[in-house]
Design a protein around this ligand. Structure first.
Ligand code: MD3
Ligand code: FE
Length: 223
């Protein structure tokens, strides 16, 4: 009997591979664990070309999360507001390329969560140190209705996930090393945030957390 035939005799796993959070939203616990070494090496390579930086906001503040990007567009915030830019304002160069293997991986993750045909053109990379946080916000700078695939590495974070109104009640779910969350359909514009990162040491990332979000910013991107 082959391994696969043997598996067919087992009762269905009591732990589903993906948990639905809300219509269009699902978490794939630990799904990126095998990708951690490759993606963290990729983050280091990207950050040598377009370094992590803490952006300023139109309100005059400085974000506590450090960011960089790769792909056709990068998310930027400054005194004028926030938007996607095809060039890194820090270097004047195009953003580093989105690794083709990452794009294929994100397409597959979206499909596992029920969103077929997702082809991201950018990946926003957030770097958290203890104390860094992201206040409740909506991601509405993208010009498409494609889903977002988010991947967490390193120290655990507490994700806050509300509704379509800022004042809707907020639920909290922990995001751990390797966790993947896919947000699409009616969940694409929910308010969400990350509470202040607690200090700690992670065996793979040390005192840091990284979050990658794969997005489709422009409908007509040539990817
Ligand atoms: C729900 N990042 O980059 S990941 C962001 O952990 C962002 O760094 C957080 O919010 C982080 O914009 C949260 C989970 C996430 C990411 C994007 C979403 C949830 C989302 C977009 C739409 C809806
Ligand atoms: Fe967001």
């Amino acid at each position: 009997m082959t391994q696969q035939e043997f598996m067919l005799d087992l009762p269905p796993s009591p732990v589903p591979k993906h948990e639905a959070l809300d219509p269009g939203a699902a978490v794939l616990r630990g799904h990126a664990g095998m990708q951690a070494a490759d993606m963290l090496a990729g983050i280091r390579r990207i950050a040598r070309l377009s370094p992590f930086r803490r952006m300023t906001t139109a309100g005059g503040g400085t974000m506590s999360v450090a960011m960089t990007c790769c792909g056709a567009a990068g998310w930027c915030s400054d005194a004028r507001g926030h938007r996607y830019e095809p060039h890194d304002p820090l270097t004047g160069q195009p953003w580093p390329a989105l690794p083709p293997a990452w794009r294929a991986w994100a397409t597959d993750a979206a499909r596992l969560a029920g969103h077929d045909g997702f082809v991201p053109d950018t990946c926003l990379i957030n770097g958290y140190r203890p104390g860094a946080r992201m206040g409740l916000h909506q991601d509405d700078d993208e010009r498409t209705d494609a889903p977002v695939v988010s991947v967490s590495f390193g120290l655990p974070a507490m994700f806050q996930w509300g509704g379509l109104q800022r004042t809707d009640p907020v639920r909290r779910i922990p995001l751990l090393h390797g966790d993947v969350v896919v947000w699409g359909g009616p969940s694409r514009l929910v308010f969400h945030g990350i509470t202040a990162l607690r200090a700690g040491q992670h065996p793979v990332t040390g005192p840091c957390r990284y979050n990658l979000t794969f997005r489709r910013v422009w409908q007509g991107s040539s990817v």
